[in-house]
Write a protein that binds this ligand. Structure first.
Ligand SMILES: Cc1cc2nc3c(=O)[nH]c(=O)nc-3n(C[C@H](O)[C@H](O)[C@H](O)COP(=O)(O)OP(=O)(O)OC[C@H]3O[C@@H](n4cnc5c(N)ncnc54)[C@H](O)[C@@H]3O)c2cc1C
Length: 416
C-alpha cells in the first residue's frame, strides 16, 4: 500500500498552503482534489492586507492581480473611504477571480514538490478514532497526517466530526461577475444597509469588488443571526443590490449564473489523532467581514509547520495554537454577529462607525483583523475590552437559529 507523510484533501487555498509548507519542509505530500484545475469557487475574490501578507510569506507573486488601496463604506446616504492601515500588514489588498487565484496557489504547492491528484474525491480512512490515510474509490494511501481542507460542510470534514457548532452563527452569500466601466477602481466597496424580506436591516453587506480587466465581483451576504433568516432570498437581495449599484458602477448584464455558498464560522472539533482540519473545514471565516482566504492560508501553514516540528503531537499542538491565536478574536466576532442581528442596534452602531474618518479606520482595523499586536493600539484595546463586555451578555445575546433557508440548502447541496 502506498505510504506518504502528509495527505491533503482539497486543493483550495487551505489545502494548497498546507501542501506547499509541508513539501518545503521535506515531507512527501499528496494533494487530492475532486475537481479539475481552474475550478471556480463562489467568493468575493477580495484579498485584504492580511491575505496579502500571507501570500507574500508563501512566495506567491500577486503583482498580476488588481491592486486595491482601501475600502469604501456606505450606509444609507453616508459614504466614507479609508485607506488600508500601514503597520503590521502591507498597505495593499487585491482582487483576484478564484479560478485564477486558486490555480496559482495550487501551482505553488506543485512547484514545492507536492504530488497533485485531480478528479480524486477523497475521504479519510478511520481506524477507531484515528485517521490513518485517505481513500479514493478502492485505492488507499496511508499517511502520518491527513489534512482536511475540503471546505465548508464537506463530507471528509463531517466524517471526522469537524462540524459547525449547533446554533452558532454562519453566513450565506451569493456573488456574480458583471462587466463594469469602473473595473479599474482601486477601492473595494461595501454597502452596510442592505435589507431583508421584511424590509429591516440585515447583518451583512453588499459588495462591489473591482477585479480589473473590465469585470467586477458583485455580491451580498447575510448572517444567520438576522431576523426572519429562514425567509432570506439571496437572489432577490442580489437583484436589488445590482439595481442599486448599477448606475454608479456602469454595470452591464450579469456574466454567468450567480453562485451561492455557506460561510462557516464556528467549528470546535478541528483536530484529532492523525488529522487536522484547516480553512473552511475548521470554520475559520471571520464573522465580522466574511473573510476566509487569509485564515485558510494561515491555518494550512500552521498545520504543516507543527507537523514538521513534531509529527506525533501535531493534532494537540494545532488545537492549542488555534485556541490561543484565533479563538479569542473569533469568539468576539461571533458575539458581535448576534448583536447586529438586531436591526435597531445595528443602525446605532453604523451611525457610530461612520461618524468620522477616524472611527471608520478603527472599525476597519478591528473587523479585518489588521490590529498590530506588537504595539498597544486603541483598536487593540477596544477589541479586548469589547470582547470582555460582550462575553458578559451571552445569556441575552445568543438565540439559537438552526434552519437554513430551503432555497439555499437545495442549491448548496446540489453543488456539493
Ligand atoms: C459568496 C462568498 C464570498 C466570499 N468572499 C470572500 C472574500 O472576498 N474574501 C475572502 O477572504 N473570503 C471570502 N469568502 C470565504 C472564502 O471563499 C473561503 O473562506 C475560502 O474559499 C476557504 O478556502 P478553503 O481552502 O478552506 O476551502 P475551499 O476554497 O472551499 O476549497 C475546498 C476544496 O476542496 C475540494 N474538495 C471538497 N471535497 C473534496 C473531496 N472529498 N475530495 C477532494 N477534494 C475535495 C473542493 O473541490 C475545493 O477545491 C467568501 C465566501 C462566499 C461563499
Amino acid at each position: 500500500m502506498e505510504r506518504v507523510d502528509v495527505a491533503v484533501i482539497g486543493a483550495g487555498p487551505a489545502g494548497s498552503s498546507a501542501a506547499t509548507w509541508a513539501a518545503r519542509s521535506g515531507a512527501r505530500v499528496v494533494l487530492f482534489e475532486k475537481a479539475a484545475q481552474g475550478r471556480d469557487k463562489s467568493c468575493g475574490d477580495g484579498l485584504t492586507p492580511r491575505a496579502v501578507a500571507e501570500l507574500d510569506r508563501l512566495g506567491v507573486d500577486i503583482s498580476q492581480f488588481h491592486r486595491i488601496d482601501g475600502l469604501r463604506v456606505q450606509a444609507g446616504r453616508t459614504e466614507r473611504e479609508v485607506l488600508w492601515p500601514s503597520g503590521a500588514f502591507p498597505n495593499m489588498g487585491a482582487v483576484a477571480p478564484r479560478a485564477v487565484f486558486d490555480a496559482l496557489v495550487l501551482q505553488t504547492a506543485v512547484d514545492a514538490g507536492a504530488e497533485l491528484r485531480e478528479h480524486a474525491t477523497a475521504e479519510p480512512v478511520l481506524e477507531g478514532a484515528r485517521v490513518v490515510g485517505v481513500r479514493v474509490g478502492t485505492e488507499e494511501v496511508r499517511a502520518d497526517l491527513v489534512v482536511i481542507a475540503s471546505g465548508a460542510g464537506s463530507r471528509p470534514a463531517r466524517m471526522v466530526g469537524a462540524e459547525r457548532v449547533d446554533g452558532s452563527p454562519f453566513g450565506l452569500a451569493i456573488r456574480a461577475y458583471v462587466p463594469s466601466t469602473r473595473a479599474d477602481d482601486r477601492y473595494m466597496e461595501a454597502c452596510l444597509t442592505v435589507t431583508g424580506p421584511d424590509g429591516a436591516l440585515v447583518p451583512g453587506y453588499g459588495w462591489v469588488f473591482p477585479a480589473g480587466d473590465g469585470l467586477v465581483n458583485v455580491g451580498v451576504g447575510a448572517l444567520s443571526t438576522m431576523r426572519d433568516f429562514t425567509k432570506l432570498n439571496l437572489n432577490t437581495m442580489l437583484d436589488a443590490y445590482l439595481a442599486q449599484v448599477g448606475p454608479s458602477w456602469g454595470l452591464g448584464p450579469v456574466a454567468a449564473r450567480p453562485k451561492a455558498w455557506r460561510l462557516p464560522m464556528h467549528v470546535e472539533h478541528r483536530s484529532g489523532p492523525g488529522w487536522v482540519a484547516v480553512g473552511d473545514a475548521a470554520g475559520l471565516v471571520n464573522p465580522f467581514n466574511g473573510e476566509g482566504i487569509d485564515y485558510a492560508l494561515e491555518s494550512g501553514r500552521h498545520a504543516a509547520e507543527l507537523f514538521a516540528r513534531s509529527p506525533g503531537t501535531v493534532h494537540a499542538a494545532y488545537d492549542a495554537l488555534l485556541r490561543r491565536e484565533y479563538d479569542p478574536f473569533f469568539a468576539t466576532a461571533r458575539r458581535f454577529a448576534w448583536v447586529i442581528g438586531r436591526p435597531r442596534l445595528l443602525r446605532v452602531l453604523l451611525g457610530i462607525a461612520l461618524s468620522t474618518g477616524f472611527t471608520m479606520e478603527l472599525v476597519l482595523d478591528i473587523m479585518a483583523n489588521l490590529i498590530d499586536s506588537r504595539r498597544r493600539t486603541l483598536a487593540g484595546t477596544l477589541l479586548a475590552g469589547g470582547g470582555r463586555a460582550l462575553s458578559l451578555l451571552d445569556p441575552i445575546l445568543i438565540r439559537t437559529q438552526e434552519s437554513e433557508p430551503s432555497e439555499i440548502r437545495a442549491r448548496v447541496d446540489a453543488a456539493r
